[in-house]
Design a protein around this ligand. Structure first.
Ligand SMILES: NC(=O)c1ccc[n+]([C@@H]2O[C@H](COP(=O)([O-])OP(=O)(O)OC[C@H]3O[C@@H](n4cnc5c(N)ncnc54)[C@H](OP(=O)(O)O)[C@@H]3O)[C@@H](O)[C@H]2O)c1
Length: 241
């Protein structure tokens, strides 16, 4: 059965790989993002099953508009849009600046997912799936970025409870260090990269496809009894028992 999949932040990096993975399986994929040209370019490259709909996931008005442009039914929602708005910023004693930075990360990573999910709630089909892209930063004592992803994890449990009676599963995929994305911009030194790789048990950085395949699994019939979970895809940086 061909499904409709909505991937926020689908123009680049992990979101792009997620869109490509679903499209390869024959699903119709809608990708969103703030830069229209990036989105259209990606949709064209992946192929005719992908539709680009520009939308800022932190903007309630744009989300309202997006809801009107989506098909009547959405089977899978992937809340992937986000990033670290505070990356590389020096500590500050300026309270206004501090508040601004924290709000930026909470907006980008937590509210974007909360608002998008609420916007498409009525379109999500019974038996569908919500997959939220978190981060291993949630468990590493990080600042506003990690805190926003940690908040996503506990919100996901509430979501799983809320959607459970409809047979909709809700999970978080928490990547570790993933290359081939725009996440780090030009802030990545060779030493930084080596340090990230050395933390893994498998001796390599994550690839966007590593994450995309896990997202697709969680939205598949094989994963129907998995919900309310956080699944790390980090090469074993944070093992569990
Ligand atoms: N790369 C990593 O190592 C890593 C590790 C752990 C978790 N993650 C998470 O993985 C997710 C994807 O990031 P990525 O690594 O693939 O980086 P990326 O290439 O920068 O992708 C982020 C995408 O989200 C879009 N986006 C950002 N804010 C948005 C908004 N308000 N509304 C709609 N779209 C928005 C961006 O496009 P526009 O700028 O055009 O909007 C971009 O296409 C993020 O949630 C990130 O926190 C990444």
């Amino acid at each position: 059965m061909s499904r409709t999949v909505l991937v926020t932040g689908g123009g680049t990096g992990i979101g792009r790989a997620v869109a490509a993975a679903f499209a390869a399986g024959g699903d119709h994929v809608v990708i969103t993002g703030r830069r229209a040209e990036v989105l259209h370019h990606t949709a064209k490259e992946i192929g005719p099953l992908v539709t680009a709909l520009p939308c800022d996931a932190t903007d309630p008005d744009q989300l309202q508009d997006l809801r009107g442009r989506l098909p009547d039914t959405v089977h899978v929602l992937v809340n992937n849009a986000g990033g670290n708005r505070d990356l590389g910023a020096a500590p500050t004693a300026d309270l206004r600046l501090l508040a601004e930075r924290w709000r930026a990360n909470l907006d980008a990573n937590l509210l974007a997912a909360v608002l998008t999910t609420a916007a498409v709630d009525q379109l999500l089909t019974d038996g569908g799936a919500v997959v939220n892209v978190g981060s291993f930063a949630a468990d590493r004592g990080a600042g506003s970025y990690g805190a926003s992803k940690a908040a996503m994890n506990t919100w996901n449990i509430a979501l799983a409870r809320q959607f459970g009676p409809r047979g909709v599963t809700c999970n978080v995929v928490a990547p570790g260090y993933v290359e081939d994305t725009e996440f780090f911009g030009d802030r990545r030194s060779e030493q930084f990269r080596r340090d990230r790789v050395a933390e893994t048990l498998v001796g390599r950085a994550g690839r966007t496809e590593d994450v995309a395949e896990v997202v697709r699994f969680l939205a598949s019939p094989a994963a129907r009894h998995i919900t309310g979970q956080v699944l790390r895809v980090d090469g074993g940086v944070i093992p569990t028992r």
